[in-house]
Design a binder for this molecule. Structure first.
Ligand code: NAI
Length: 391
């Protein structure tokens, strides 16, 4: 079940500028372009583990493939400020590869500076770090490797729900400390069975989360999404749609956030909405940090309005050392399931998104049609309905 409907198949600029939009695509690669990739630093882990493909060391496994074709391939993790390798090289780059795990923020200013930029490829899923409206204006295509890590994230969501509901982290910390006080951790441990679980966003990840929750015998599975699930898909997991967000959260024991970050979801879970949550609900966000208001979440956890918050995404990445989400706790000293942004970058996921990035790049270099489901912004604008409701 894959629901992101691509409205238009983007064609490469070269193909469009040719006189014939013939299906007989070029079989030769165009040569000599500058390709910039901003990836995360892998350090010794990346030299010891070559399957860490999303790192600056292992370079998505495409350096020699690109260089054999005569392209210049700049790979860096240095992404902040005008003197960063990223910003210095963006001026004449034609292709930019970024990853959500160590996002190079492609703001309107950067796009203005990037006079030669034609295509941004997200090695992974989630392209909110690119100013998509500015990309539309400049006719810069934005593609991502749709579906590449959706199972990886869905599994992480299930793990996070369980570790919060069952109060796992404080129990494990107690063991490492050398203590053994069952009542101290059992006093805030529950079963998932019999609870109401709801997802904000029921796309590829949200739906997979619902599928994986079915065997837990929850009281009910519900979802909030402006796009309704097809009837048979909703029926297959027994999910009921709730159309009003406050009404939705007020029914949930567990809320999981699985929608993209865009104008309509930035700060969606804020102090006002948190008041409508059931007291003591658990909140899991593996979508994007900025969908949840940082300080409002910390305050809700501290007061006990939330019993727990878990996820791997942060409003700024890397998260500053003093980010409140690193250490926030509920009144009983637990409820924090935060980790660095890695749910979608398991080794299995890296193999898939590296291969997908190469395939998007190959299509671009050979002026071939892209897979429609990978196109976020095509030459004619938004090609997906997932990044907000627009005409
Ligand atoms: P998708 O495009 O298949 O599904 C997104 C769903 O969200 C769509 O059904 C859409 O209608 C819905 N949606 C959009 N705006 C909404 C709103 N205002 N309220 C309710 N629903 C709304 O995307 P997919 O593959 O499920 O990924 C979702 C997001 O998860 C990505 O955009 C990304 O931000 C995040 N993600 C995080 C990863 C991680 O490593 N933590 C890895 C992969 C994705």
């Amino acid at each position: 079940y894959l629901r992101r409907g691509a409205l238009a198949a983007a064609r490469s600029p070269r193909l469009l500028s040719s006189t014939r939009l013939a299906p007989s695509y070029n079989t030769t690669y165009s040569a000599g372009m500058k390709i910039v990739a901003v990836l995360y630093k892998g350090g010794s882990a990346a030299t010891e583990e070559p399957r860490l493909l999303g790192t600056i060391e292992n370079q998505l496994g495409i350096r020699s493939w690109l260089e054999e074709q005569g392209h210049e391939f700049i790979v860096t993790d240095d992404k902040e400020g005008p003197d960063s390798v990223f910003q210095k090289n963006i001026a004449d780059a034609e292709v930019l590869i970024t990853t959500p795990f160590h996002p190079a923020y492609v703001t309107k200013d950067i796009i203005d500076k990037a006079k030669n930029l034609k295509i941004c490829i997200t090695a992974g899923v989630g392209s909110d770090h690119v100013d998509l409206n500015a990309a539309v204006e400049r006719k810069i295509q934005v593609l991502e490797v749709s579906g590449s890590n959706v199972v990886s994230v869905a599994e992480h969501v299930i793990m996070s729900i369980l570790l919060l509901v069952r109060n796992f982290v404080p129990a494990h910390e107690m063991i490492e400390r050398g203590d053994w006080q069952v009542s101290e951790v059992a006093r805030n441990a529950f079963d998932l069975e019999g609870k109401v679980v709801g997802t904000i966003g029921a796309g590829r990840i949200g739906y997979r989360v619902l599928q994986r929750l079915v065997p837990f015998n929850t009281k009910e599975l519900i979802y909030y999404d402006y796009a309704a699930l097809p009837e048979d898909a909703a029926k297959a997991v027994g999910a009921r749609r709730v159309e009003d967000l406050k009404d939705f959260v007020s029914q949930c024991d567990v809320v999981t956030v699985n929608c993209p970050l865009h104008e309509g979801t930035r700060g969606l879970v804020n102090a006002e909405l948190l008041k409508s949550f059931k007291k003591g609900a658990w909140l899991v966000n593996t979508a994007r940090g900025a969908i949840c208001d940082k300080d409002a979440v910390a305050a809700a956890l501290k007061s006990g309005q939330l019993s727990g918050y878990a996820g791997d995404v942060w409003n700024v990445q890397p998260a500053p050392v003093d980010h409140v989400w690193r250490t926030m706790k509920n009144p009983l000293g637990g409820g924090n399931g935060m980790v660095p942004h890695y749910s979608g970058t398991t080794l299995d996921a890296q193999a898939r998104y590296a291969a997908g990035t190469k395939s998007i790049l190959e299509n671009y270099l050979k002026s071939q049609e892209q897979e429609p489901q990978n196109i976020i912004i095509g030459l004619e604008g938004y090609a997906t309905k997932a990044y907000g409701q627009r005409k």
